[in-house]
Design a binder for this molecule. Structure first.
Ligand SMILES: Cc1cc2nc3c(=O)[nH]c(=O)nc-3n(C[C@H](O)[C@H](O)[C@H](O)COP(=O)(O)O)c2cc1C
Length: 206
């Protein structure tokens, strides 16, 4: 069995526009991918480890090329658990709204937790090397405004996510963005429908 890891960054459950698009993707994905299981991580419901001084110290130990030892190793247990769960997936799905032109803080916290040297990337003499190889990612977002035209340069969400996951080696990233969601009910419904259609098309080839 292959595993799709689904990371959710909206706390709005059944009210979520992002998840309405995601559900259309998942419906098609499940019917066309019988040999896949889905592991779901709902970030707003999760008690994520915080990056305490000890845990940050551990990161610098790894950056220096050494392994974790003693109490640093213990402090890292939860981080390693999250990293192993992330790395065990064959492909990724992220469902995230735009918050303040970027991503919700729970997703940023999760990224800060798992993006660790030795595990997701390493520095070599020729620069950084991503260690997450040959894995696809689909990112489904929804936004209150529309960032396809004059507001494009205010979209720090898509470029950031492409950069940060590209850094660890995930370069095959598809975005389905539902927008604008907060500029009228009719437009919202229309754009959700269009995004759902696109998400279903992506699902057949994913
Ligand atoms: C804390 C917060 C910050 C937001 N910031 C932005 C923003 O910067 N730009 C934008 O277009 N919409 C913003 N929105 C609106 C959401 O992106 C939009 O309503 C989205 O569809 C919500 O997705 P959801 O229903 O899946 O949670 C924000 C909403 C919240 C709650």
């Amino acid at each position: 069995m292959k595993k799709l890891f689904h990371i959710i960054a909206t706390p709005r459950g059944s009210e979520s526009r992002t998840l309405k698009v995601t559900n259309a993707f998942l419906e098609t994905f499940k019917s066309t991918h019988n040999d896949w299981v889905i592991d779901e991580l709902n970030l707003p419901n999760e008690s994520l480890p915080t990056l305490t001084l000890k845990r940050v110290d551990g990161k610098y130990v790894l950056l220096s090329g050494k392994d974790l030892y003693g109490e640093l190793r213990e402090a890292w247990d939860e981080i390693v658990m999250h990293i192993e769960r992330f790395m065990s997936a064959d492909a990724y799905l992220i469902s995230t709204p735009m918050w303040n032109f970027s991503i919700p803080y729970t997703l940023k916290q999760y990224i800060d937790i798992i993006l660790q040297p030795k595990y997701l990337f390493r520095y070599t003499e020729s620069g950084a090397e991503g260690l997450v190889k040959n894995k696809k990612m689909l990112i489904i977002t929804s936004r209150g405004g529309d960032y396809t035209a004059s507001m494009r340069s205010a979209d720090f969400q898509e470029p950031y996510l492409r950069l940060v996951f590209g850094f660890v080696g995930i370069t095959d990233i598809t975005f389905v963005n539902a927008q604008p969601m907060d500029m009228g009910e009719a437009l919202q419904q229309q754009r959700i429908k269009e995004a759902q259609q696109k998400a279903k098309e992506v699902a057949t080839q994913f």
